[in-house]
Design a protein around this ligand. Structure first.
Ligand SMILES: [Zn+2]
Length: 313
């Protein structure tokens, strides 16, 4: 690791940081610092209808008030459309992505009720066999097992590029949670790369940008754990390296739900950075005692480094 380590914090500019997002920011910063690496910030502003003008600047100011300063200017996903398009073009050229004409109603009609998950529909693969004259709405990645794809009209043109996709579960190690697995086709189905509204899907943008930024270690909230298998599958499809993953605990509100902008989490008070940092450190199992910000961060880096080292022993 050492000098090659590159980590990142990737907030969506939908409002100011709250305690929940500070956990991910602090954990990713500590991990980078403890391992002598670089820490980058990426503004995930592709879901433009949800973005709040000026929130990116506010977030960067908040991070700076907590002593968390990126080692390079932030990357903005809204400026990276050409890179996402190139990735989609490459997948299409290898018959790994295909256009989908289905509306939500079409998918509901094609599905047994049991195939919905977390309120999301598991895509049944309807358009693998072609659009049958319907207009394309979205683009999807093929996740299915090889034999099934071989038999489909799509793959009969070229089966060489799909050898990476197996019908087994995808397995990976999370640095905190240990062995993880997901059968992406069964759990999610062929997932969206470009949405019907023309916006780029989160999974594609993250994978392309993690590679572009040379990210070796993704440290983020546990709520994003479920995305990891899809992202690894996409990395494999695009021939990109897979980073190490560490998913940190979530801050929960009084109702037990994940603290988020959507359930009214208060913006952080940057006038007393140590108060917010101490709350967040508890979630991460750290107890720095210093009453000056720079000393507090030094102690936190040391404690984090010891925890990482003992976890690796
Ligand atoms: Zn479809």
């Amino acid at each position: 690791m050492g000098a090659t380590y590159r980590g990142r914090f990737a907030p969506s500019p939908t409002g100011p940081l709250h305690a929940g997002s500070l956990v991910a920011a602090l954990a990713s910063w500590l991990d980078a610092r403890a391992q002598g690496g670089q820490w980058l910030v990426r503004i995930e502003d592709i879901d433009t209808p949800r973005c709040v003008p000026g929130a990116d600047k506010l977030i960067l100011q908040q991070l700076a008030a907590f002593g968390l300063r990126p080692d390079a200017p932030p990357l903005y996903q809204s400026q990276r459309g050409a890179h996402y398009q190139a990735a989609l073009d490459a997948l299409v050229a290898h018959h790994l992505a295909y256009p989908c004409a289905c509306t939500r109603q079409d998918i509901e009609r094609a599905l047994p009720a049991a195939r919905a998950r977390h309120g999301e529909l598991v895509y049944p693969g309807t358009c693998r066999q072609g659009l049958k004259g319907r207009p394309a709405r979205a683009w999807r990645l093929i996740t299915g097992d090889r034999e099934q794809i071989r038999q489909s009209a799509l793959s009969s043109r070229d089966t060489s590029a799909i050898d990476f996709i197996a019908n087994e579960e995808l397995h990976w190690q999370d640095r905190r949670l240990g062995a993880q697995q997901q059968h992406v086709e069964q759990a999610v189905g062929d997932f969206v790369l470009k949405r019907a509204d023309g916006l780029w899907a989160y999974q594609l943008a993250v994978v392309v940008d993690d590679a572009a930024q040379g990210i070796t270690d993704v440290v983020r909230g546990e709520d994003l754990l479920d995305n990891t298998a899809r992202q690894i599958l996409l990395q494999q499809a695009l021939g990109l390296p897979t980073p190490r993953y560490l998913h940190v605990p979530l801050v929960r509100g009084a109702n037990g739900e994940k603290l988020s902008k959507h359930n009214g989490a208060a913006p952080l008070d940057i006038s007393e950075p140590l108060r917010a940092l101490n709350d967040v450190a508890q979630v991460l199992g750290l107890q720095p005692q210093a009453d000056q910000l720079a000393d507090w961060l030094d102690q936190a880096v040391q404690q984090w480094g010891r925890a990482v080292k003992s976890a690796g022993d």
